[in-house]
Design a protein around this ligand. Structure first.
Ligand code: COA
Length: 163
């Protein structure tokens, strides 16, 4: 595993890698998200986060997948960004969510920047995100980083940044 200093450089934001013992804190964050944010993150409305999604966040091997979280002043998790290898060792999918009450404060931008740097450090130079077509926030956020829409299916658009 190559060192991934980006995660330790998220300026002015209490943030760290997720760990196996964050299970309850992540589940709690999920419950504090609005239905719309859950829908936008997972493309389906779930009453609680599933075991598969939790495993991807908590069992990161720090190379093929990684997950970072931002905390509030009380140490509660308020945002998560992750990447996971998809298909080949140069391609990774990114996802991010910020709890509603902390949105539009630059946290999504900071975490996405960190997880992108981390993915690239580990050799992933083809990054993509899947987002609902009407998700203006995600379109704008990833657009800032240079992601471009690549085609959509069933209301979900893939945004890509290759190279
Ligand atoms: C998308 C999301 C992660 C953005 O996080 P955030 O912390 O609110 O975003 P930031 O404050 O870092 O915003 C960065 C930029 O993104 C754009 N943006 C963010 N929210 C926006 C909104 N509601 N409408 C339009 N543009 C928006 C803006 O360009 C913003 O820059 P600005 O505030 O200087 O104008 C957040 O809205 C969210 O968690 N949504 C639900 C989950 C989701 O949609 N995930 C993406 C698919 S995986």
């Amino acid at each position: 595993m190559k060192p991934c200093t980006a995660i330790d450089e998220i300026s002015a934001l209490p943030a760290r890698r997720l760990r196996a013992d964050d299970s309850a804190a992540v589940a709690d964050m999920f419950l504090r998200m609005s239905e719309q944010s859950r829908l936008r993150r997972f493309h389906s409305v779930k009453p609680y986060i599933g075991e598969q999604e939790l495993a991807l966040l908590l069992d990161a091997d720090h190379t093929k997948c990684e997950a970072v979280a931002a905390m509030d002043d009380d140490g509660r998790i308020i945002a998560v960004a992750q990447y996971a290898e998809m298909g080949d060792p140069h391609t990774a999918q990114i996802a991010v969510v910020v709890v509603d009450e902390h949105q539009r404060r630059g946290i999504g931008r900071a975490l996405v920047g960190a997880i992108m740097r981390c993915a690239r450090t580990n050799g992933y130079d083809r990054l993509f995100v899947k987002t609902l077509l009407d998700n203006d926030a995600a379109m704008a956020l990833f657009g800032e980083f240079g992601f471009q829409p690549y085609g959509d299916e069933d209301g979900v658009v893939e945004l890509r940044l290759f190279g």
